[in-house]
Design a protein around this ligand. Structure first.
Ligand code: AP5
Ligand code: MG
Length: 186
């Protein structure tokens, strides 16, 4: 399985990706986790990304595409993956198409998690990550609407997009995703 999990901040991409990766025995690649770890490590990437992440803006496309390229070359990803947090712009989506085809990956499926905005805000303010202040959350939601959501159009033309209603218990949502992934219905 070669999957991309898509949805606004707070939709449950990370929560569901961990469970899906475990159940299907595939690799979970979260660009947000990579960046947060880089900040903790104090690496060059972390120093560059810290303020951007905390403000809720996007790290540059070139940096992110470089990170994904390195990850996709890794043999661990060849057996299957779930990408979480990438792509986030049309430029990243186009670069991903090229990389996947150059590296010989099969077609991907997109899991689109849909959650109303009031619920997203409630979840993020209740979590308290460094980028979960009210102002930053609103900025992240706006960036999602302006720059990330349009990618769905890109995938609806060329990939299978599975829409999942993302309100309910974590287990219920996870079971819905696994069911739809294993369903024979095209
Ligand atoms: P990233 O880490 O990707 O954050 P995000 O997309 O803003 O989303 P979150 O991680 O906040 O939400 P999620 O959908 O994973 O939900 P979660 O499972 O955590 O990116 C962070 C930053 O890094 C970006 O702002 C940007 O600066 C940078 N970045 C990353 N990738 C980039 C890229 N490609 N290009 C440029 N910049 C990039 O759940 C949220 C909360 O809800 C949790 O508390 C969880 O416990 C709870 N929850 C989950 N499911 C449920 C449920 N069913 N019911 C109730 N609560 C639930
Ligand atoms: Mg996440």
């Amino acid at each position: 399985m070669y999957l991309l999990i898509f949805g606004p901040p707070g939709a449950g991409k990370g929560t569901q990706s961990v469970l899906i990766a475990e159940r299907l025995g595939i690799k979970h690649m979260s660009t947000g986790d990579v960046l947060r770890q880089a900040v903790i490590d104090g690496s060059e990437l972390g120093l560059k990304a810290k303020e951007i992440i905390e403000s809720g803006s996007l790290v540059s496309d070139d940096v992110m595409i470089g990170i994904i390229y390195e990850a996709l070359k890794n043999n661990g990803m060849k057996k299957g993956f779930i990408l979480d947090g990438f792509p986030r712009t049309i430029k990243q989506a186009a670069a991903l198409d090229v990389l996947l085809s150059e590296l010989g990956y099969p077609p991907i499926k997109v899991i689109n998690i849909v959650v109303p905005e009031v619920e997203l805000i409630k979840r993020m303010l209740g979590r308290g990550r460094n980028d979960d202040s009210e102002e930053t959350v609103r900025h992240r939601l706006n960036i999602f609407k302006e720059q990330t959501k349009p990618i769905l159009e890109h995938y609806s033309k060329k990939s299978k997009v599975l829409n999942i209603e993302g309100v309910g218990s974590i287990t219920e949502i996870n079971n819905k995703i696994i069911d739809i992934l294993s369903s024979k219905v095209p």
